[in-house]
Design a protein around this ligand. Sequence first.
Ligand code: NI
Length: 223
Amino acid sequence: MLITIPAVLGPAELEAVGRLYAQAEFKDGKLSAGMAARRVKHNEELDQQSDVYKQLNGLVMSHLIRHPVFRSAVLPHKLASPFFARYTQGMGYGDHIDDPVMGSPHHYRSDVSTTVFLNPPEEYGDGELVIRTTYGEKAVKLPAGHAVVYPSHSLHRINTVSHGERRVMVTWIQSMVRDAAQRELLFNLNQVRERHLRKAPEDEDTKQLETVYANLVRMWAEV
Ligand code: NI
């Protein structure tokens, strides 16, 4: 399941991100890629030891992890240190699958891949994130401040940027619920649960929904 998360960042945060990007120094993205990905990866990434990185990390990740749609869709258990990337004219990232286990010395499994779009789509040509799903390819290019989450088991690519600059933050999450189909059921059920909680918090159906949701999470969560 591919879920769009609107307004992770507002205008003030996006302006701060733009200021930080302007003073950031970038390195070849191949340096952080595995053997297979190195062949097809063509972008630039921010040095994770830099001050600018720390500021961007604090700003964007804090907004992402408290977003209610993100929490409900991803059920995060462990979060990776994100990458802040840029793709200028001629850059892209061919078909690849993200590493299944990441992080050292503390390993985590990548269940969910996340991209936060940091600049407006009008600022670059092409550069879509294209995800292969069982229903065919899905191209994603969202407004600045929006995010997309999708299962890390999907083959995906970034179309070559024809002009301008594409700016994104990408990160990976080990979910409390490993199975993508179970996560999707819980996300859908939670949407119904929240609607009932708003409309009829005292209703007997609401209480039953609340119980079923809580106990399904209890049944499936690995923490
Ligand atoms: Ni990827």
